[in-house]
Ligand binder design. Sequence first.
Ligand SMILES: NC(=O)c1ccc[n+]([C@@H]2O[C@H](COP(=O)([O-])OP(=O)(O)OC[C@H]3O[C@@H](n4cnc5c(N)ncnc54)[C@H](OP(=O)(O)O)[C@@H]3O)[C@@H](O)[C@H]2O)c1
Length: 322
Amino acid sequence: MKAVQILGDISSPRIVTNDDMPTPSPSGSEILIKVHAAGITGDAVTWPEIYATPSRIPGHEISGTVAALGPDYLGPLAVNQEVFGMLSADRGQGQAEYAICSAAEIAPMPSSISHAEAAVLPIPLLTAWETIVDHGKITPSTKVLLTGASGAVGSVFVQLVSLLTGAHTIALASAQNHEALRKHGAENVVDYKAAGWEKSIGKFDVVFDTVGGDILTKTWDAVADDGIVVTVGDPPPAWAFGRGKAVEAETRPGVRYMHFIVSPDAERLAEASSFIHSGRMKPLAVQSFGFGDAVEGWTYAQQRNRGKKAVIVFDVYNCKRD
Ligand SMILES: NC(=O)c1ccc[n+]([C@@H]2O[C@H](COP(=O)([O-])OP(=O)(O)OC[C@H]3O[C@@H](n4cnc5c(N)ncnc54)[C@H](OP(=O)(O)O)[C@@H]3O)[C@@H](O)[C@H]2O)c1
């Protein structure tokens, strides 16, 4: 089968395509997916798990059809059913013509969108959902600050927080993205390039940071004394993965803070699918690359201000339903 590979090591990754990889087969209750499209998160070259898989195939987001069911699979999915999903951090290997997954990782895809559009949604959807419900415990009265709001995770978060909780979000983004974010439901939008925004923006119960670095540091000035800072920005902060304490916590002892790696969740994907199908949530804008242009797709995905999320199309015929 055709697949993308990341060769080299984490300090000097080399993205290549390979036409001659072995096609996996499902065992136990696993499911084999014929991948029509696979999303690219540019920062994934920095995720260590890719370098631990023998195949070196990256990719955690897929959309496609069920090609085969493992001998012990007893669930409702059927061969040829259209699905989308997120492969767990240690499984990955989605940027290939065929990928293995479990039933907990996929759900029927929204039939109103194309495979290319479906393939870029699972990570942003599940990251936003986990923040809203599990970590932020956001309710209608929670004051929420979001960084990187024009990105894939940010633009899904703005819509989802409003659908799931009714809470309003103040979104940080560069000026050209403000109008779109207001349409998605952001209560207010602030340009992070304006000096001193962190001192004047107010205090928030939940900060959801998708940028990291200097922006994450500044959000400590904008979080309430008993609030929480949740970050997924790459590279993760020095204190992530239990490696110590945030220096900011010394002067803000009441503030909780955490970094997490998103987990698959088939039920949440199915519910989000209904939001999209009914038009209550807008899909992300996509930039499609054929398998032959997959390396170019990765280069695009690693650029700032690109406005669209990159997707590799493995099955052109099935991806034409736009
Ligand atoms: N831990 C996890 O489980 C997990 C899950 C999903 C994503 N992530 C990570 O979360 C991050 C966001 O993902 P994404 O898919 O939403 O990325 P994206 O689509 O590339 O969006 C990134 C956003 O951050 C903004 N940004 C980038 N650098 C900035 C800076 N220096 N200052 C201010 N804003 C900046 C960009 O705004 P402008 O370009 O408009 O300035 C853009 O809106 C990535 O690092 C990704 O790897 C982690």
